[in-house]
Design a protein around this ligand. Structure first.
Ligand code: HEC
Length: 124
């Protein structure tokens, strides 16, 4: 009886592991995480589609937002520029201090993920 329970347990364990691995291999899995972070932390200002039209921009009209879907404008930023702004905040690079730094909230790899996600808006 115990043996059956053990076999069942091992079976469950391996199917769980392969389930998790299967999820990690899904092509959209990484960007889905980035989308979630974007919607949670950034969309209120930058807008869900990156157009710079989040709800906060209606109350804080002095915020000058960049349209992330605008390719020529986005081409002026290097990935390192974007990374630095997201991690250190606008003020650290001489931009608006309304742009908060996220290095205390987000892991480095998630900030890199945001850079890729920001780029994706102008690559359609
Ligand atoms: C409270 C509003 C606010 C939030 C929340 C916010 N930002 Fe910003 N962000 C700004 C403002 C304002 C600027 C423009 C700064 C400037 O040009 O002076 C900016 C600028 C930027 C820039 C530089 C390119 C550009 O658009 O001018 C990047 C990259 C950026 N934000 C990424 C993010 C990411 C990623 C998040 C979420 C993790 C985020 N921001 C959250 C307000 C915000």
């Amino acid at each position: 009886m115990q043996r059956i329970a053990l076999i069942l347990f091992i079976g469950c364990f391996f199917s769980f592991v392969s389930h998790v691995q299967g999820q990690a291999k899904l092509p959209g899995a990484k960007s889905a995480g980035a989308a979630k972070i974007h919607n949670q932390y950034c969309a209120k200002c930058h807008g869900e589609r990156g157009k710079g039209d989040g709800p906060t921009t209606k109350t804080l009209k002095k915020m000058k937002m960049t349209d992330w879907t605008n390719k020529p404008i986005m081409a002026k930023f290097t990935d390192d520029d974007l990374f630095k702004i997201v991690s250190e905040g606008g003020k650290a690079v001489g931009k608006s201090n309304l742009m908060p730094g996220f290095k205390a909230k987000l892991k480095e790899k998630d900030i890199r993920g945001q850079v890729t996600y920001i780029r994706s808006f102008s690559q359609k």
